[in-house]
Design a protein around this ligand. Structure first.
Ligand code: SAM
Length: 284
């Protein structure tokens, strides 16, 4: 049997499990081995390292990751998919379960947003993310798993472009500023809708990150993220106005912006995450 899943295998597995993919859980399964190999290659996954995958689904990407010799911790919310995954992997790549040795795949049946501990410390996050929760999942994993030094995920094209956008760009927003707290982001090319079953009605893109040193403490992160949220809730307004509620008043916001070396008339879309942190640090 082939080591990766193609359209026929996906159809058979879905039939076997009587799966009706749901939009709510972002269930669009990759049916193209070339796309899987591209993701694994760009992610740079190698033998011996541990990758964490969110939403393994029927196992398309999981098998690609395991093929490199890496170990995989897979977090899947759908019970049926989580239960089938070890069966599929054992059938297609028996060496993942060496007799008398340690299995290279661990499946955790849980909502990824609730996972705060993993059996193994992952160095890389690789996933074809459920699109409706992709940003919260990324921020959650970056917050809770400091061993993650890099990652490569497939997300909705607009979301990937936003994550990687620099200040001043039209699509720069709260997710861009928050993502920059943890590292550097860049897009790695679009992916055709035709590689999925069912075919989604949005375009997809690969986006990757390399972790950098945290710019501040956890308390400073919380304060910075609250300021970022306020700044982008009213992104067209000047910061002295958009931050007036979160910082107390327009006068207080102006004073804090000036103390941070920023013009009270500037707008959130012009500020880097370090500028937002500088505002947070002016707290008395
Ligand atoms: N990785 C598979 C592939 O490439 O074919 C499936 C990707 S599909 C876009 C997203 C997967 O995430 C589905 O299997 C879905 O059940 C799962 N999922 C959705 N929400 C989740 C959550 N909150 N936590 C964990 N898994 C989730």
């Amino acid at each position: 049997m082939a080591a990766l899943l193609g359209p026929a295998e996906i159809r058979d597995l879905a039939g076997l499990l009587d799966i009706q993919p749901t939009k709510k859980l972002g269930q669009n399964f990759v049916i193209d081995a070339n796309t899987v190999r591209r993701i694994v290659r760009v992610a740079g996954v190698t033998t011996g390292e541990t990758a964490v995958e969110v939403g393994p689904g029927l196992g398309s990407l999981t098998l690609g990751l395991l093929e490199t010799g890496a170990s995989v911790v897979a977090v899947e919310i759908d019970n049926r998919l989580a239960a089938q995954l070890p069966v599929t992997v054992a059938e297609m790549q028996p060496d993942v379960y060496p007799s008398g040795g340690t299995a290279r795949l661990t499946v955790i049946t849980q909502d990824a947003l609730k996972v705060t501990a993993l059996p193994d410390a992952p160095s890389v996050l690789v996933a074809n993310l459920p699109y409706n929760v992709s940003v919260p999942v990324l921020l959650h994993f970056l917050e809770h798993f400091p061993t993650l030094v890099r990652g490569l995920v497939m997300v909705q094209a607009e979301v990937g472009e936003r994550l990687a956008a620099p200040p001043g760009s039209k699509v720069y927003g709260a997710p861009s500023a928050k993502a920059a707290w943890y590292g550097q982001w860049r897009t790695h090319g679009k992916v055709s809708r035709q590689v999925f079953w069912p075919v989604p009605n949005v375009d997809s893109i690969l986006v990757g990150f390399d972790r950098t040193a945290l710019p501040g403490t956890e308390a400073e992160r919380l304060a910075t993220f609250a300021i970022i949220d306020a700044a982008f809730q009213q992104r067209r307004k000047m910061l002295r106005q958009s931050l007036s509620v979160v910082l107390g008043s327009s006068a207080e916001a102006s004073a804090r912006l000036e103390a941070a070396g920023l013009a009270p008339t500037s707008r959130g879309e012009e500020l880097t995450v370090l500028d937002f942190l500088a505002i947070a640090r002016t707290a008395a």
